[in-house]
Design a protein around this ligand. Structure first.
Ligand code: PMP
Length: 368
């Protein structure tokens, strides 16, 4: 048969593997515990929900395209300059905007072996070439990153803490990386899980952004603030980077309800404190209980854990995934991150956490 001509995406687009989100359902299960996307088990602040509902009464109006009040609220909370903040539909969007603004054909986006998948997608979507640096013990290696820098490197993406490993680079190392980078390279520190880190050593990058011309820190309302469904992120950057990003950003990229929810969420400090306390209670508990079962767990500073499974038939990560899913416990398979023998577990409610440990014990013990 004759195929009629049709529009063809530009070179490279169809070679990109689309991002596949974690599962959220399990067929035939009464109650599902979604522990696959690092969402908070505490939900959003009720004040944020009320603010979003209130704003939703004006859905016929365009939102403030500059997200002025939200940027001012973020600036006031963190002691920043609002002119250097850009808000986005999730931090995914800002990562993609940065790639589109700085990476073109022939340029390279550099990131770690088990870095967040969006770095690769954003680099390729911008027409650039992804370059991967080896890690040491599932942790970013500054030496490997620096060794991979070329004259074509435009952005180094560093998630700190990293997803899906949960590992962390201390500020001394982040500073060493920044100091050795050529000044034309943008260092993007993705601090999506910054609020969970219980040491105040500035590794999220705030201090570096304030004092240099080539560092960006990205943050999200999706994790500790429980607003993943609202799609809200922000980034702190030098004024000249904000200028570039604002030129290519969608004019109304953050919805009115999302802006209102963000402002209210920032003000509800008790809710954030409760989420931190919950994580501090249950992350170490899960880590210890799962290790006691004989599974290796990568020590994490986020709100999730990387669990390593044996390659023995019947005991693999895939087998565990199937077993857990039958009980409504949805973890994240991370084969797409190059970790086919691992599952990532988000810290859940007490009930969910206890069920996961029991289910893993039953799985390893061969009990249905
Ligand atoms: N960075 C990292 C390291 C993440 O894990 C995530 C969420 N999976 C994001 C960025 C993006 O989150 P969002 O777009 O919801 O802000």
């Amino acid at each position: 048969s004759v195929t009629s001509p049709r529009p063809v995406p530009r070179a490279g687009v169809l070679a990109i593997d689309a991002y596949v989100p974690g599962k959220s359902t399990a067929a035939g299960v009464k109650k599902v515990y979604k522990l696959s996307s690092n969402e908070t088990p505490l939900g959003p602040s009720p004040k944020a929900v009320a603010a979003a509902q209130h704003a939703a009464a004006e859905l016929e109006l365009y939102p403030d395209g500059a997200a002025t009040r939200l940027r001012e609220a973020i600036a006031a909370k963190f002691g920043l300059d609002p002119a250097r903040i850009v808000c986005s539909a999730g931090s995914d969007e800002i990562l993609s905007l940065l790639a589109h603004a700085y990476i073109g054909p022939g340029d390279e986006g550099l990131f770690c072996e088990h870095g967040f998948l969006v770095y690769r997608i954003a680099t390729l979507a911008a027409g650039g070439t992804p370059v991967v640096a080896r890690e040491t013990n599932l942790t970013a290696s500054v030496d490997a990153l620096l060794a991979a820098v070329t004259p074509r490197t435009k952005i180094v993406f560093l998630a700190n803490p990293n997803n899906p490993t949960g590992t962390y680079l201390p500020f001394e190392e982040v500073k060493r990386l920044h100091a050795a980078l050529p000044p034309h390279v943008l260092l993007v520190i993705d601090a999506a899980y910054a609020e969970y880190v219980r040491r105040n050593d500035y590794s999220s990058g705030i201090e570096l952004v304030a004092t240099s011309e080539n560092v960006v820190m990205t943050r999200t309302f999706s994790k500790i603030y429980g607003l993943a469904g609202a799609r809200l992120g922000w980034a702190y950057m030098p004024a000249h980077v904000a200028d570039a990003v604002n030129r290519i950003r969608g004019p109304f990229n953050v919805s009115g309800p999302a802006q209102a929810a963000g402002i209210a969420a920032l003000a509800d400090e008790a809710h954030v404190a409760a989420a931190v306390a919950h994580n501090e209670r249950w992350l170490p508990w899960l880590q210890a209980e799962i290790a006691t079962l004989g599974l290796a767990v990568t020590p994490s500073v986020g709100n999730f854990l990387l669990i390593h499974f044996p390659e023995t038939p019947g005991r693999t990560a895939r087998d565990a995934d199937t077993f857990l899913t039958r009980r409504g416990l949805i973890l994240r398979g991370v084969a797409a991150y190059g970790l086919p023998h691992c599952l990532r577990l988000t810290v859940g409610t007490e009930e969910a956490n206890r069920l996961v440990v029991q289910a893993l014990a039953d799985f390893l013990g061969g009990r249905d």
